[in-house]
Design a protein around this ligand. Sequence first.
Ligand SMILES: [Zn+2]
Length: 425
Amino acid sequence: MENFRILLFSTSQLGGILDIGYTAEQSQIVTDLLYVFNAEFDVDNQKINIDYKHRNTSAFQARLDGFITKYKSILPQIQQLGTKFKKLESDEWFFVLPPVTLETKQKYELEKELDILNGRKNDVSEEEIQELFGCIMNNYELITFDLDKDKKIKIGEGQKNQRVCRFCQYKAPDVSFKKEAHAISEALGNKKLILNEECDDCNEFFDENVERDFIYYHDLARTMFGVKNKENDIPKMKGNDFHFFKTDEKNLSIAIVNSDKNKTHSGPPESAVFRTGNKIKLQNIYKALCKFSLSVIDSGFICHFSETIKWIKNKKEASVLPKVAVLNSYYFFTKRPELTLYLRNNNNSKLPYLVGEFKFTFYVYVFIVPFSDKDSTDFLSDEDYEVFLNCFKHVKSTEKFNYIDLSQNIERELNFNINFEHNKG
Ligand SMILES: [Zn+2]
């Protein structure tokens, strides 16, 4: 079996490696595919020339349809090619490239070129982008996940008997991998990002400790925005004094169950404390963010986070942690959790080796994954933290970011203050 691979690149939905497996007798398929992309065969020099710039014109679609019709009975997966290209708008430009992993900077340059070809004007000028993201582009690789796809994304070794748990380093038969481990909690609406390399013991530990607290902490947002949980239900919150649940797309019901009968009210109360009855450790919020991050990076980088893992698993104490930047904004609203990782690609150890940006409902968290052996500082002092912020200028320049301390590691009752604002219409 031979494989022919090309990389499709666009600023819309089309993207990724196109991999065609074929036998020696079927090699015509490759030349036919190259013809779809207008390749020129230089027979004298044994060369094939192909332009990387392409446009989804009607002529291109006709060539593609011809190719699919010809091969779909031999290679059924060819059919998917049509679906893939349907994601492009008509006359949209896209690129066909060698199957390489593009660096952040290269991606940015290619996207910029496509935007110009497609006549899309960026609201933000080139200078502004350089100002905001220049330092990140020079020091970091971006790791993102397309969770809009229907397919599950399974991270790490597929074979259960070959798996090594990335959080305890054990493999079968010392540990089992029976449960499907979600890289980001399922209760946050993540159905698709699966981590193969998480054993049942670690899974249970995270579920009952760090992730449980993270979910409790976001219960109000989960209820308000109707984020579906494991059982595909929208959660209802039931606290000591309140019931809080979403009745339909627009309405929320808050029922005061045990109203204080001794109090005499003049008019409706304006604020109330919603006691959830749940107890959490604030530090577990930070641990959960780091657990999600270490779940999605390539296992080859895990060796630089053994201290981080000890800490997440309560085997290392930390009384002070770097501050976490938090923004509450509807601008980035997302029902599904989104995680972007910034992994440093040089030896500039004054900058954090791994930084995560986690979005969920109206929360945006930007955090340093602490205790990496690639870091030379702990980012606790204002000066060291400032070096980080000076690089992550899109955070620093957004005034609405709050810098919160999630070091608190004592179990406390989780209460929400609810303000009932009068609608003055
Ligand atoms: Zn494990």
